[in-house]
Design a protein around this ligand. Structure first.
Ligand code: SF4
Ligand code: SF4
Ligand code: SF4
Length: 188
């Protein structure tokens, strides 16, 4: 069956319209992905960068991406505290969720301790601590400086002797999360 000229024009016009529609949709999708990426980047820049996973995500970038996609609230970064929560809410243009992180801020901090009688001084924990909170010389029992520790659990996961555990500090004024947003993060 042969097509006449009008039918050929009609088919070509339809094919062109479909192609144009696909092109526009792909541009829109790309632009939306770019917007999401930019938003995640701005959110990440507002986070403290401790990569401690206390937000429930495996690092600041993953948490920022989840917020940008609308799948995580902006009040889960314990080290960042209330200031960070407010910055994140401002970037997202959303109110701070009702269940603010007062519990996290007003609960004594968790820190790691080493059971020194079991420590072989292998030094593995020292290399994984993001804030240089572990002190000790090779083959001697190591010790954790609780003022520096942010309770990220990295050393607990690393120790081959299983002699590190996380404990909650006594509820004194000195042991709350007052200034955790000011932690120093080691650059590698
Ligand atoms: S709790 Fe805060 S600092 Fe820690 S990984 Fe999550 S976003 Fe980063
Ligand atoms: S929990 Fe361990 S690795 Fe994490 S900050 Fe404290 S001492 Fe360092
Ligand atoms: S990883 Fe465990 S055994 Fe090795 S130095 Fe640290 S606390 Fe001691």
């Amino acid at each position: 069956m042969l097509l006449n000229l009008n039918e050929i024009h009609f088919l070509l016009a339809g094919a062109f319209a479909l192609f144009a529609l696909g092109f526009v949709l792909s541009l829109l999708a790309r632009s939306k992905a770019q917007d999401g990426n930019d938003l995640a980047q701005r959110l990440e820049q507002a986070l403290p960068g401790a990569q401690c996973a206390q937000c429930g995500f495996p690092g600041c970038r993953a948490y920022a991406e989840a917020m940008a996609q609308g799948t995580a609230p902006c009040n889960k970064c314990t080290p960042g505290g209330q200031d960070t929560t407010e910055q994140l809410a401002a970037i997202l243009g959303t109110p701070i969720p009702e269940d603010d992180n007062d519990d996290a801020i007003f609960t004594p901090r968790q820190v790691a301790i080493i059971h020194e009688s079991l420590c072989t001084g292998c030094g593995k924990c020292t290399r994984h601590c993001p804030v240089d909170a572990i002190e000790g010389t090779v083959r001697m029992p190591h010790h954790i400086n609780e003022r520096e520790c942010i309770g990220c659990n990295e050393c607990v996961k690393t120790c081959p002797e299983r002699c590190i555990e996380l404990v909650r500090l006594e509820p004194t004024l000195a042991n709350y999360n007052w200034d955790l947003k000011a932690i120093r993060v080691k650059r590698t």
